[in-house]
Design a binder for this molecule. Structure first.
Ligand code: GLU
Length: 494
């Protein structure tokens, strides 16, 4: 039985975008499910557009996602002698030929054919050249390309696409295509096949944008005497206006790094990516790694394009709402210790980490994360919305400032009183803290909500959050007292 071998062969001309990441993920899932191997091959033959930064970005992005490889990265440019050798072999076996036709001649012929409503394909002028004529032209230094000689005949050629079904055309409709340019460089179409043959690739899962190459590539496999792999062409990922997504038109928001840098959890992001074009046939959305490997099949990949519904202009959803809701699901339900490790990096990056969170304050740390995560969307929220739990340099949001502080001038006097009473409490417990706050409200004949909402604002800077007295316990007496006393700073100077 042949081995199951897949590859992810990105061209390093940009960052890893969500379309590429999804292709990598589908290949990875298929390999994992079928006990196969996955190979990373960097297709860097376009040396003008390939960059080191892009290679690094792709490798980093895949590593962040946890998409690991069994072999590679291989670099296509390291195998240029294989590509040339394949072209030579085809020439030698009469399966390809040198074509000396100039661009001008080809253009003129094309126009004439258009006018006469005839077929536009290359008319095979150069197949009639004798060996001597070819040698003569070469000796004269006339530039040439190498064309693949499509076998003659009137038969259907094609493949059974695992997603789209039978794809075929009549071989006589295929033009003798170029496989080596006049500068001697083999075309990508050929390099890709030669590499897949060498890497013994059995399954090619790639975007539908590559389908224009597939039948010609099958002819190359056959001509090179290699088994043709199984093909599965995935639907493209489009934006809400049905346009192809790209950095040029959409910016960083389509790059995998954007999600890493915005505090997404790697597995949550994979879980989002897989649903961009695949479903089990029901409305299930959440899959653990093991569950997804088990459930994934090529046959259940959608035939039509999927929509990446990012909402650039919506302040609530800065990206696809589904990406956010899946992230929230994992953030709010994952093992608290695992979350603790991820939040540690966020806190460290902001200078808010305390080693005691792994020592005597470990319980406090995990309980606090557990308490605040219910309203959070990404890891970044722990150092923004949740900043007040870890440091004093948090800001007070405008909405609660206006609503809960500035509207109630009296708080300026009341909070220092409350601070004194809290300070004097020997037992700063949840019940006591609540009793004292409510008692003050009664004395002042004001609604307890004024005290409670105001306190939430000065203590956390936020409009909403966990229960107020739970918050007080998490922040601790000393800081609560200090923040209540500092209330004056929130009012404009008189
Ligand atoms: N290098 C191609 C790309 O980045 C992939 C070609 C393939 O999968 O065959 O789009």
């Amino acid at each position: 039985m042949t081995e199951t071998r897949l590859r992810f062969p990105p061209s390093p001309t940009g960052y890893l975008h969500i379309g590429g990441a999804r292709t990598a993920l589908y290949n990875w899932l298929y390999a994992k499910k079928n006990g196969g191997k996955l190979i990373l091959r960097i297709e860097d033959t376009d040396t003008e557009r390939s960059t080191k930064e892009s290679i690094q970005g792709i490798v980093d992005g895949l590593e962040w996602l946890g998409i690991d490889f069994d072999e590679g990265p291989y670099f296509q440019t390291d195998f240029s002698s294989d590509h040339k050798a394949a072209a030579e072999k085809l020439l030698k076996e009469g399966k390809a030929y040198k074509c000396f036709c100039t661009k001008e001649t080809l253009d003129a012929k094309r126009e004439a054919a258009l006018a006469a409503k005839q077929a536009l394909g290359y008319d095979r002028t150069c197949t009639n050249l004798s060996t001597e004529e070819v040698a003569q032209k070469e000796a004269e230094g006339i530039p040439y390309v190498i064309r693949f000689k499509v076998p003659d005949g009137d038969r259907m050629i094609g493949y059974d696409d695992k997603i789209l079904g039978r794809i075929q055309c009549n071989i006589k409709e295929i033009d003798d295509f170029v496989i080596v340019r006049s500068n001697g460089l083999p075309l990508y179409l050929l390099c890709n096949v030669v590499d897949d043959i060498r890497d013994r690739i059995s399954h090619i899962i790639r975007g539908q944008d590559h389908m224009t190459n597939t039948i010609r590539q099958i002819l190359l496999y056959e001509a090179l005497g290699a088994p043709v792999p199984v093909f599965a062409h995935m639907p493209l990922t489009l934006d809400t206006k049905k346009a192809k997504i790209s950095k040029r038109s959409h910016g960083e928001i389509v790059a995998v790094q954007f999600y890493r840098d915005h505090g997404f959890l790697p597995w949550a992001f994979n879980n989002f990516l897989v649903l961009l074009g695949w479903s089990e046939g029901n409305d299930r959305e959440i899959y653990s790694k093991e569950e997804l490997i088990e459930a994934f099949t090529l046959e259940r990949i959608n035939k039509s394009s999927s929509i990446f519904n990012f909402k650039k202009d919506d302040p609530k959803f800065f990206t696809d709402p589904k990406a956010i809701s899946i992230n929230e699901h994992y953030l709010r339900s994952m093992d608290i210790r695992e979350l603790g490790t991820l939040v540690k990096s966020e806190l460290q990056a902001e200078g808010l980490w305390d080693d005691a969170y792994e020592g005597d304050k470990a319980d406090w740390y995990h309980n606090t994360l557990d308490m605040i995560r219910d309203r959070f969307h990404t890891l970044k929220d722990f150092t923004s919305l949740g900043r007040a739990y870890f440091g004093d340099d948090f800001s007070v949001e405008e909405k609660p400032l206006k609503k809960n502080i500035l509207k109630h001038e009296g708080l300026k006097e009341w909070f220092p009183i409350l601070a004194d009473r809290y300070e004097q409490l020997s037992d700063f417990s949840l019940e006591e803290a609540e009793r004292v706050a409510r008692e003050l409200a009664t004395e002042l004949d004001i609604k307890p909500g004024i005290i409670i909402n105001g306190m939430r604002t000065v203590v956390t800077g936020q409009l909403a959050g966990p229960s107020m007295f739970d918050i007080l316990m998490a922040i601790g007496k000393e800081k609560v007292v200090q923040r209540l006393r500092n209330i004056e700073k929130l009012y404009p100077a008189e």
